[in-house]
Design a binder for this molecule. Structure first.
Ligand code: HEC
Ligand code: HEC
Length: 295
């Protein structure tokens, strides 16, 4: 037995001793077979590590290189003409094949991903939600709309939908006079209705005032003659010609859909778009709920 061997055995004994010390101090129960196997594994690793290290250290001390040197050398250091070891060559080839498989069929392109799974689950859930509630009655839509409203919309529009005294649109009425005037003066090009933008400056001065007052008043009483210019697009009853232009009287499905999908900027401020975050049934539910909010 040489000195190296003795040092190695001492080192293995220290490793094993330390392992036993830790196992004892953590009160690990070695009558449990899994713990026992783990313990045997730890001892085996210590012995093997020391044994293999000793073998190679000894070999390094005594080994002489043999074989034919290649002609090239760099600063006197040359290379042996060794055959590529078969095992190494096959594993190298195997790695390349595996890399191609992994890229195309394994993780990156054909991947499992938590986000992907989440998105698929959301899509599947939404599809199920849409089919279950396809023909939901008004009462269901209303209570569904109320819950969505309280979570998504109330932070700006207020729990009662009153717009938190002028911070966001007030649902207890369709419009304020300023909002209608703002649209008449500036036009509107954000809600993406099929007919496109509404040009600004459609009416001026007293006419604009009269129209704004009439629309903000819920289009009740005598219609000002000048409303004729609006009727071409919004309809004589102001209800938006079946969804071609915004309904100026009620919160219908089309209006809520366009506003929620595209957001809205007006005289009060800006509302962000909820693009794709609400399903058609949810938008319909919101429209149903909004029309029940009355001043
Ligand atoms: C050429 C067709 C057209 C005419 C005429 C027209 N509008 Fe519009 N109006 C629209 C369209 C389309 C929108 C939605 C535009 C957008 O933002 O995408 C709109 C938007 C509005 C809005 C904002 C709706 C909302 O819910 O935010 C108001 C208010 C309005 N119009 C009032 C009027 C009044 C009042 C008149 C008459 C003076 C008038 N419009 C004339 C087509 C028209
Ligand atoms: C970050 C604040 C904010 C949130 C959240 C928000 N809104 Fe708004 N919303 C506004 C503001 C501000 C306006 C007024 C824009 C203007 O006309 O100046 C507005 C306007 C509207 C209008 C336009 C009315 C009209 O015809 O002009 C509708 C409809 C609406 N919101 C519905 C909703 C719904 C439904 C939700 C929830 C899904 C929601 N909003 C969430 C801020 C918000």
């Amino acid at each position: 037995m040489n000195g190296l061997m003795i040092k190695g055995l001492l080192f293995a004994a220290v490793l094993i001793g330390a392992t036993i010390y830790v196992v004892n101090s953590m009160k690990i129960d070695l009558s449990d077979p899994i713990n026992l196997i783990t313990m045997i594994g730890a001892v085996a690793i210590a012995v093997l590590t020391v044994g293999v290290s000793i073998k190679y250290i000894n070999q390094m001390k005594t080994d002489k290189a043999t074989g034919e040197l290649a002609d090239e050398n760099w600063d006197g250091i040359g290379e042996y003409k060794n055959e590529l070891p078969g095992g190494w060559a096959f594993s190298f080839l195997g790695t390349m094949i595996w890399a191609v498989w992994y890229f195309l069929a394994g993780y990156p392109l054909n991947a499992y991903s938590q986000i992907g799974e989440y998105n698929e689950e959301v899509l599947a859930y939404n599809a199920k939600f849409e089919s279950v509630h396809k023909n939901a009655d008004a009462a269901t839509l209303q209570s569904m709309g109320e819950s969505i409203f309280l979570v998504q919309c109330a932070p700006c529009h207020g729990e009662t939908g009153d717009g938190l005294t002028g911070k966001a649109h007030d649902f207890t009425k369709r419009f304020s006079k300023e909002q209608v005037l703002h649209a008449i003066v500036n036009g509107s090009d954000q809600l993406k209705y099929a007919m496109g933008a509404m040009p600004g400056g459609m009416a001026q001065g007293a006419d604009a005032e009269a129209i704004a007052e009439y629309v903000a008043g819920g289009m009740k009483g005598e219609q000002p003659a000048s409303f004729g210019v609006c009727a071409g697009c919004h309809g004589a009853d102001g209800k938006g010609n079946g969804g071609t232009a915004p309904n100026l009287v009620e919160y219908d499905d089309a209006l809520v859909h366009q506003v929620v999908e595209n957001g809205k900027k007006g005289s009060i401020g800006a509302m962000p778009a909820f693009k794709g975050r609400l399903t058609p049934v949810q938008e319909k539910a919101l429209a149903t709920y909004l029309s029940t909010i009355k001043g």
